[in-house]
Design a protein around this ligand. Structure first.
Ligand code: 13P
Length: 255
């Protein structure tokens, strides 16, 4: 009943708009005709309109990788939600672990951004996940539950219905070390249990929880077997059109 969502997070790549256009066009044409799956690309800000144009007649939607919560003002270097909408975005990533780790994002800023995304009609993809130290110390679920609860405090009930959560264990990002399907399912089920407490039941059941962290063509099929894994947030493998197309076409025997 939940439409799988496969999103490519390009992070700080590719380098030029021409490269972005070519990659997005290849994904767009390979995604044409896909049914029952939502496909999203999250390029850097300067490539948003280029990518939006390149995928315009395909099922692929576009996401920002970040936003600021104020709509306008003296906030040098920031981009607002309405600007993302104007650039062709329907989604926005919020609170990626790289933003928490390198750019000082906290559960407070994440909540402000989730609320701002809601206010301008963007679908927030709120990222959560534990570090290796936290997992080894046995506090992964405590950390994740706190991130989920605190990240949602600014969200309206209508906004909740548009929310997407991405579980990305920090130790699995860019390391080639994927969480096992069992590890992913355990955390996803726990996140859904939290959602049942903070959201009306129907909404909690309908929200998509993505897994991210070294998702590749070789592991997407088994990850998508898990009942509470509703899609993937893909980093490195989304920079190669063939790999990302294999991922969005997961479990299709014709490939
Ligand atoms: P990798 O797929 O490169 O591990 O990155 C995951 C990620 O951070 C997606 O947001």
């Amino acid at each position: 009943m939940r439409t799988p969502l496969l999103a490519g997070n390009w992070k700080l790549q590719p380098l030029t708009r021409a490269e972005a256009r070519a990659l997005a066009a290849a994904v767009g044409s390979g995604a044409r005709g896909i049914a029952g799956r939502d496909i999203v690309l999250a390029p850097p800000f300067t490539m948003l309109t280029t990518v939006a144009e390149a995928v315009a007649d395909s099922p692929v939607a576009v996401a920002g990788q970040n936003l600021y919560w104020e709509k306008s003002g003296a906030f040098t270097g920031e981009i607002s939600g309405p600007m993302l909408v104007d650039a062709g975005c329907r989604y926005v990533l919020i609170g990626h672990s790289e933003r928490r780790q390198f750019f000082g994002e906290t559960d407070y800023t994440v909540a402000k951004k989730v609320g701002a995304a809601d206010a301008c009609g963007l679908n927030p993809v709120m990222c959560v996940g534990e570090t290796l130290e936290q997992r080894d110390a046995g506090v992964a679920m405590v950390v994740i539950e706190k991130q989920v609860r605190r990240g949602l405090v600014e969200l309206t009930t209508e906004g909740l219905a548009r929310l997407v959560i991405a579980y990305e264990p920090v130790w699995a990002i860019g390391t080639g070390r994927t969480a096992s399907p069992e590890q992913a399912q355990e955390v996803h089920a726990a996140i859904r249990a939290v959602l049942r407490e903070v959201a009306p039941r129907g909404i909690a059941e309908s929200l998509r929880i993505l897994y991210g962290g070294s998702v590749k063509p070789g592991n997407i099929d088994e990850l998508m077997e898990c009942p509470d894994v509703d899609g993937a947030l893909v980093g490195g493998a989304s920079l190669n059109a063939d790999d990302f197309l294999r991922i969005i076409h997961f479990q299709e025997s014709s490939l």
